[in-house]
Design a protein around this ligand. Structure first.
Ligand SMILES: Cc1cc2nc3c(=O)[nH]c(=O)nc-3n(C[C@H](O)[C@H](O)[C@H](O)COP(=O)(O)O)c2cc1C
Ligand SMILES: Nc1ncnc2c1ncn2[C@@H]1O[C@H](COP(=O)(O)OP(=O)(O)O)[C@@H](O)[C@H]1O
Length: 316
């Protein structure tokens, strides 16, 4: 899959393509339907499928300080898109100047001049251009002028977690923030993941009998509510069942929020400095401050037992 950072990176001789545009944060099941349809059309036509996405998130430029917590960083989104069969991802730096392009200018500059769009696939609520003034009807009109077709993919309505609402990144962020990682996974089609480098902590975990890899998450990461979770610690391609703690370690009157994962029953790992990922499968309990250290250790031992079972059950 080709990765382009800005319009200048698109090869001069790029031919016609099937295009879909969006923030696509999380590449959730609704996104998968739209992107999947774009790939399918591209295969039918024998031309490449291109996803156009933005960095930073458009809302940060429109309302500074409003960057939403991200469900997936760009490189992860690109990975997920590659798995869906996308041929190229164009990440457009979303500058103030860029945000001022009218819908018609956006169409001419990006879709027509650069990507030679033949088909544009979008969800029904797609908005684009200055003040989000462009919608799929306007896009279809432009398609008549510039000779591209517009296909609108109806989004599935999600199950219990969505309460009948369409799949959405906003809803997924809310579920993550509430600690409902199962609900989030239902929309994402896989567990929510955070990633980063393993940094040094208070070196206390080993003394408690449960060393934890402290993951320094990337800025704007959507971090689940404070609590204990069952999930996975990924090191390279190895997935290790894990008991995960998110919070400030109230037992030790900590102030800094950390994401820490104990890889169950693994001894002698040395993870410092490695880039790892943590996936959240199920909520176990909230963060607590116990009467004694012994009680904390007993609680962690019980969490680990539950986490082992929950991860095992999620595999079945
Ligand atoms: C499964 C699990 C549950 C935990 N539960 C709590 C808790 O309820 N309260 C708390 O203050 N810390 C909790 N912790 C975090 C530990 O306090 C923390 O991992 C320990 O202090 C080690 O920190 P360090 O990695 O900085 O050395 C938990 C950790 C794990 C792995
Ligand atoms: N089973 C394990 N799960 C997680 N980390 C482990 C494990 N075994 C060894 N480690 C190593 O121990 C470190 C965590 O030990 P800990 O005492 O909690 O120190 P710190 O406070 O620096 O996180 C991890 O960063 C990792 O390198």
């Amino acid at each position: 899959m080709q990765r382009w950072r800005g319009l200048e990176d698109i090869p001069q001789d790029w031919g016609r393509s099937v295009v879909t545009i969006g923030s696509y944060d999380g590449v959730h099941r609704g996104h998968q339907l739209i992107i999947g349809r774009a790939v399918e059309r591209a295969r039918e036509l024998g031309i490449p499928a291109v996803v156009v996405t933005f960095d930073p998130h458009p809302s940060e430029v429109v309302r500074p300080g409003s960057h939403p917590p991200l469900l997936a960083p760009h490189h992860r989104r690109a990975e997920l898109m590659a798995e869906l069969g996308v041929d190229a991802v164009l990440i457009l730096p979303f500058t103030t100047e860029f945000s001022k392009l009218s819908p018609a200018e956006f169409v001419a500059k990006v879709l027509v001049d650069k990507l030679h769009a033949r088909v544009v696939v979008e969800g029904p609520n797609f908005r684009f251009g200055h003040k989000a003034a462009g919608n799929v009807d306007f896009l279809a009109e432009q398609g008549e002028t510039y000779d591209f077709a517009v296909e609108v993919v109806d989004l599935y309505v999600s199950g219990s977690a969505g309460g009948g609402q369409p799949f959405s990144s906003t809803l997924t962020r809310r579920l993550v923030a509430e600690g409902d990682v199962r609900g989030a996974a239902e929309i994402l089609g896989r567990p929510h993941r955070v990633e980063g480098v393993v940094v040094r902590g208070a070196q206390r975990g080993r003394e408690l009998g449960f060393p934890t890899a402290n993951v320094e998450t990337l800025p704007h990461t959507a971090i689940p509510a404070d609590g204990v979770y069952a999930g996975w610690l990924y090191v390279d391609d190895e997935a290790m069942p894990a008991a995960i703690s998110v919070g400030t370690n109230p037992q030790f009157d900590g102030t800094e929020r950390t994401v820490e994962a104990y890889a169950i029953d693994r001894v002698g790992l040395d993870l410092y400095g490695l880039h790892v990922a943590v996936e959240f499968v199920a909520f176990v309990r909230g963060m607590a401050k116990f009467e004694s250290l012994d009680e904390l250790v007993a609680a962690i031992a019980d969490d680990v037992k539950q986490a082992r079972e929950l991860v095992e059950a999620s595999r079945a």
